[in-house]
Each structure stands twice: as structure tokens, then as C-alpha cells.
Design a protein around this ligand. Structure first.
Ligand code: ADP
Ligand code: MG
Length: 245
């Protein structure tokens, strides 16, 4: 069974058709990239999977269960994680405390009642940091880390909710090329080892072609091509419409 099955998703904003008949599936352990020019409907599609937007039509199924139109919190509970930037409020806290908070939150406890120094989930938090290669900086405040390392911690935070599917909106934005490669390689390795499906959007074409198993190309709300990086690279319509060749 596919981990994620999206069928005929449609979304209009007033007269703008942001997504039309968007259908695709994603397997556990697979990295699927959505690319396309600005305004193509990438974020709209992404947000219909994550629950931030309700589709006008169509369905989203996760591991066989219909999650169409559920609010984000419930979609998250069903196993759809998302990477977020660490909020400014939390950057003075240590790396491990940030992951502990994510664990506390995913176990249904309220962050506010847990003292910062609590040992709750500390060992588990360290194991998630180990997974992203950040165990040695566990006790540093987040605001003392290099940008690429902050991104790794954000990945550990997303993994702490034990997702089946991980949504990443432009995960490597603002990163230097070498850091980008490292983060995408790490993401791919984690996806494969833990059988997590990864759906991501990305501007950087080198990252997309190097690190995705399959690619969807959206233009004006419609999928004009999909396939492996080689198939998409060689697709005449993609070259014409999207890559400008
Ligand atoms: P992408 O992420 O590929 O750049 P979007 O999904 O953000 O594209 O947008 C697709 C289209 O829908 C665009 O024409 C955009 O202007 C429009 N759109 C997106 N979100 C909204 C919104 N909340 N209200 C009105 N129009 C929107
Ligand atoms: Mg977008």
C-alpha cells in the first residue's frame, strides 16, 4: 500500500485555479519533490496534504486512512510531520531542550507546565540528535549554532513526533551548496532507514535532481510531468515550459 495517495485535488482562490486534478502517490522511504515556477500551486498542494488548506475537491489518504480536510493538528497526529523554523523565543534554549519540548508536545503534555530543567524525554531527545549528527552540541544554545546545524536540529524536532510522512517546504533555502547537499543526504538516509516518506518543494534544481526519487512538475495548478529525475530531465514539455530551453 502507498503511504500517501492524493487524488484529484482541486483548489480555487476566487477566480484563480491554484490546483486542478492533482494526483500522485508516495511510498514509505521515498523522497518526492514538487517543482514548478512561482505560482504553480506547489504550496497549495503541500498545504492541502498538511491540512492548512481544505481542498474544494479530491482526497488525501495516509496509510489507507482518509485525512482529507482534517485540521493541521489532527493531520499531525495521524503521522504527518513538518519542518518549521525554530521560533525566536526558543533559540536561547539548548538544542536538547528544543527537542525535549517537541517530544513533550507530541506526547500530549503542555509545554508551559514543564519546567525547562525537567529531565523529561532527555534521553529520547539525545537519540534524535544523534540521528541527525548533532549529539555533541546538545547542550549549546541554538543561537550559537551555524545555520546548517540549526536546520539539522529542526529536522530532529520534526522527527521527534515520529512521522510517517515528512513535509519540507524548501528545506535548504538560504544554505550554502555544501550544507544543502549534506542536509539532503541526511534527509534521504533517515527516510530510507526509518521508512519515512518525504514530500518536499525546492527551488534549488541541483538538490532536486540529486536527492529525489521522483519529481512532480506543476505548472498553473496541473501536473505536466512526473517521474524519476532522469525522466523529468528528459521530458520535452518540462524543458520547454519550465526549464526555459
Ligand atoms: P507556488 O507555491 O508554486 O509558488 P502557490 O500554491 O503559492 O504557488 O500559489 C498558486 C496560485 O494560487 C497563485 O496564483 C497564487 O497567487 C494563488 N494563491 C495561493 N494562495 C492564495 C491565497 N491564500 N489567496 C489567494 N490566492 C492564493
Ligand atoms: Mg510556494
Amino acid at each position: 500500500m502507498s503511504l500517501l495517495v492524493v487524488e484529484n485535488l482541486q483548489k480555487h482562490f476566487g477566480g484563480v485555479r491554484a490546483a486542478k486534478d492533482v494526483s500522485f502517490s508516495l511510498q514509505a522511504g521515498e523522497l518526492l519533490a514538487i517543482i514548478g515556477p512561482n505560482g504553480a500551486g506547489k504550496s497549495t498542494t503541500f498545504n492541502m496534504v498538511g491540512g492548512q488548506l481544505k481542498p474544494d475537491k479530491g482526497s488525501v489518504r495516509l496509510a489507507g486512512e482518509d485525512i482529507t480536510g482534517l485540521p493541521p493538528r489532527l493531520v499531525w497526529r495521524k503521522g504527518v510531520g513538518r519542518t518549521f523554523q525554530i521560533a525566536q523565543t526558543f533559540v536561547s534554549m539548548s538544542v536538547v531542550e528544543n527537542v525535549q519540548m517537541a517530544l513533550i508536545s507530541s506526547h500530549g503534555q503542555t509545554r508551559a507546565v514543564v519546567p525547562r530543567t525537567a529531565g523529561l524525554h532527555r534521553e529520547a531527545a539525545r537519540s534524535f540528535l544523534d540521528r541527525v549528527g548533532m549529539a555533541d552540541v546538545a547542550d549549546k544554545p541554538v543561537n550559537e549554532l551555524a545555520y546548517g546545524d540549526v536546520k539539522r536540529v529542526e529536522l530532529a524536532i520534526a522527527l521527534a513526533s515520529d512521522p510517517k510522512l515528512l513535509l519540507m517546504d524548501e528545506p535548504t533555502a538560504g544554505m550554502a551548496p555544501r550544507e544543502r547537499t549534506a542536509l539532503m543526504e541526511l534527509t534521504a538516509e533517515i527516510a530510507r532507514t526509518h521508512k519515512i516518506g518525504v514530500l518536499f518543494t525546492e527551488h534549488d534544481m541541483d538538490s532536486v535532481f540529486a536527492h529525489s526519487d521522483r519529481i512532480l512538475v506543476l505548472v498553473r495548478g496541473e501536473i505536466i510531468a512526473s517521474g524519476t529525475p532522469d525522466e523529468v530531465r528528459g521530458n520535452a514539455r518540462v524543458k520547454q515550459v519550465y526549464l526555459g530551453e
